[in-house]
Design a protein around this ligand. Structure first.
Ligand code: F0G
Length: 461
């Protein structure tokens, strides 16, 4: 390691405006979590001190992005901001055709309805909740082809989002390429703990799929974070810019869905981008039914402007290094405290291993849900369950899906919190871990049909 590498990172910005947050008493938090049915999604944000529920739509925009809002061209058709966004996506990501949407899942809906037929198989590197639901609603079945290491929270594989080429090839041989409309690739994989895919692996997936005439659709929600890990970890990429790595990733895929609320530093927005003109035509036709005209797709002109600027900022090295650096800071601190977390530390959050933190709870007592509620109660820090509740039920048998990973996600919004906030978070998690025997399990008292983690209610067992 060179001398320079040992220097501390710091944010490449200074603070211009602040938003006060409320600090609460234990008694107030007890009342709030009971009223929320022990589900952190149902808390009111006024009762939250440090909000690590998600990195989605929670970023702080730059002064340039705020200035961009003033440049909003709110024409119904042909807004200038659409053309700026289209040009930015072509330049930075390389996809030919853009269909804006109000957020990522709308793009997932459109591409799933266009490409998936009843009975199709969609292999992917683990699943994301909304992506999988849209694939299923279109009549398809998602099949996980991520490497086994991804399901092991202590395995230190540097590219845990890699596809197991053997598993993928077996699926192609078993079902036939005509049953596989596309392989679904995410950069980075959220449910695995924010883990990256390597370019070497993606190139091999491209080769295999091309041989069989199968497309690759890229969930590029956190592509810049993935590119940063490639630059840091993959041989041959240390000297390449994050911007170039992002473009290379995109060039190996046929199209993408994007939740712009993450990497791209805006509070709302998303898009579908494809290279195939026929798919684009269909998507442009569908977007007018569900989202809005094809030159705004559910976004205001000003939102498209902020997004175009955010995309450019997202691939700047100093930005992405500080963003991931803050996550690593929290993860390393928790590791030093002996708290079991998913390794390697991911790009958008730290994932607590709830099975190990609450070893006295069985998985049907919802350890991750219970842990998230306990952390909130301790300090007002809001986290998210990513375990059996998020995994839902098997549509055939109606039983809970029991994922190997039973996690609580401490997700870090971009450019929002300070290192001191991270210290408070780590101390709270440590306190709950040390008093783990006091945390009881939870049971469902209300469960909605789709994406149950958002609105379910619970009670202590
Ligand atoms: N894909 C990934 C990998 C995501 O993380 C998300 C959202 C989506 C797609 C859907 O995008 O929310 O804009 O409709 N993830 C958020 C989260 C909700 O908290 O991880 P969306």
């Amino acid at each position: 390691m060179s001398k320079e590498r040992k220097r501390s990172w710091a944010e490449p910005y200074k603070i211009k405006m602040v938003e006060p947050v409320r600090m609460t008493t234990h008694q107030e938090r007890q009342k709030a979590i009971e009223e929320a049915g022990y589900n952190t999604f149902l808390l009111r944000s006024r009762d939250v001190y440090i909000d690590l529920l998600t990195d989605s739509g929670t970023s702080a925009m730059s002064d340039r992005q705020w200035a961009g809002l003033m440049m909003g061209d709110e024409s119904y058709a042909g807004s200038e901001n659409f053309y700026h966004l289209e040009e930015t996506i072509q330049n930075y990501y390389g996809y030919k055709y853009l269909v804006p949407t109000h957020q990522g899942r709308a793009a997932e809906h459109i591409i799933s309805q266009i490409m998936i037929k009843k009975g199709d198989i969609i292999p992917g590197n683990m699943y994301f909740t909304t992506t999988k639901v849209h694939q299923e609603l279109a009549g398809g079945t998602f099949m996980d082809v991520i490497i086994d290491e991804a399901h092991d929270p202590v395995n230190e594989h540097p590219f845990k989002a890699n596809i197991d080429l053997d598993k993928l090839e077996k699926l192609i041989l078993k079902y036939g390429a005509h049953k596989i409309p596309y392989v679904s690739i995410a950069t980075t994989v959220n449910m695995a703990g924010g883990q990256p895919i390597s370019l070497e692996n993606l190139k091999a997936v491209r080769e295999l799929t091309s041989k069989h005439g199968i497309k690759i659709i890229h969930d590029m929600t956190r592509v810049a974070e993935n590119a940063y890990f490639i630059k840091e970890r993959e041989e041959g990429y240390a000297e390449k810019s994050v911007r170039d790595i992002v473009k290379e990733i995109c060039s190996l895929t046929d199209g993408a869905t994007m939740s712009a609320k993450k990497d791209a530093l805006v509070n709302i927005g998303g898009f579908l981008a494809v290279n195939d003109e026929e798919i684009f035509d269909k998507a442009r036709n569908m977007v007018v039914i569900y989202e809005g005209l094809h030159t705004y797709g559910g976004m205001a002109g000003r939102d498209m402007e902020a997004l175009a600027i955010g995309i450019k900022e997202s691939v700047e090295y100093d930005h992405i290094r500080a963003r991931v650096g803050q996550v690593l800071y929290l993860g390393n601190k928790l590791t030093d405290m002996g708290v079991p977390i998913v390794k390697p530390i991911g790009s958008h959050g730290v994932f607590l291993d709830a099975k190990k933190i609450l070893p006295h709870l069985k998985q049907n007592e919802l350890p991750a849900q219970s842990l998230a509620a306990a952390i909130y109660l301790d300090s007002g820090v809001r986290a998210m369950e990513r375990g059996v509740v998020s995994a839902g039920r098997n549509p055939q048998t109606g039983e809970h899906n029991y994922p190997k990973l039973e996690l609580v996600r401490l997700t870090i919004p971009r450019r929002v919190y300070t290192q001191a906030h991270m210290d408070v978070v780590a101390e709270s998690v440590e306190a709950v871990f040390q008093n783990n025997s006091k945390v009881s399990g939870l049971k469902f008292v209300y469960e909605p049909k789709y994406l149950r983690f958002f609105q379910s209610r619970f009670e202590p067992v």
